[in-house]
Write a protein that binds this ligand. Structure first.
Ligand code: HEC
Length: 172
């Protein structure tokens, strides 16, 4: 297991817009997570400016260098699934969509990715595309593990990230 517990997301390096929306969702109870709700509904965090501040902070931090990976057994299967079914939205390098709301899936711990895929399939997130949800439901254990395993191994530099300056202007 890596430096982080397997249930935790490697948030550092996650896409800015995505993080803002996730924090807003937690505060609005759209993503079921008792631990996070406890934090997000504190008065100081239940405010859009704080979400932007926290997201900007996390977006600038270096991602986890060595995420926890899976066993490797189904990583090849996962590679195929990812490039066929997921890369169109999450990017071929799994770097996410910087301007939009599609999260990066690289530099994430295996356990976190697998758990999130199960949660997506179970419909815990209410902002997710219905087609994606149905699609995830068709996955078996090997598909899930393989995809999470493949992604947890994507730790190269990826695409360069945009930086938000202190005055709020986003530059390359
Ligand atoms: C139609 C575009 C689209 C496709 C195709 C797609 N995703 Fe996503 N995915 C999203 C969006 C948008 C979110 C963020 C949902 C939210 O706001 O909660 C997401 C979230 C996720 C998350 C949660 C990430 C996190 O850190 O919380 C995982 C894991 C994930 N997708 C995996 C996959 C996998 C695996 C596939 C292929 C089988 C896939 N996605 C295909 C758009 C897509």
């Amino acid at each position: 297991m890596g430096r982080y517990g397997q249930r935790h997301s490697a948030l550092a390096g996650q896409r800015f817009a995505y993080l803002v929306r996730q924090l807003a969702n937690f505060a609005g109870s759209q993503r079921e997570s008792t631990e996070m709700h406890g934090v997000a509904i504190q008065p100081a965090i239940d405010d859009p400016q704080s979400w932007v501040d926290i997201a900007a902070y996390l977006d600038h931090r270096a991602p986890v260098a060595h995420p926890q990976t899976g066993s490797g057994e189904y990583a090849g299967l996962g590679r195929g699934i990812f490039h066929e079914q997921c890369a169109s939205c999450h990017g071929a390098d799994a770097g996410g969509d910087k301007e939009g709301f599609v999260p990066a899936l690289r530099h994430q711990n295996y356990g976190y990715l697998e758990r999130q895929m199960h949660k997506l399939a179970q419909g815990y997130r209410h902002n997710v595309d219905q087609e994606l949800l149905l699609f995830m439901r068709s996955f078996d254990e090997h598909d899930m593990r393989g995809t999470a395993d493949y992604l947890s191994r994507l730790t190269g530099p990826g695409e360069a990230k945009k930086i938000m300056r202190p005055d709020g202007v986003v530059v390359n």
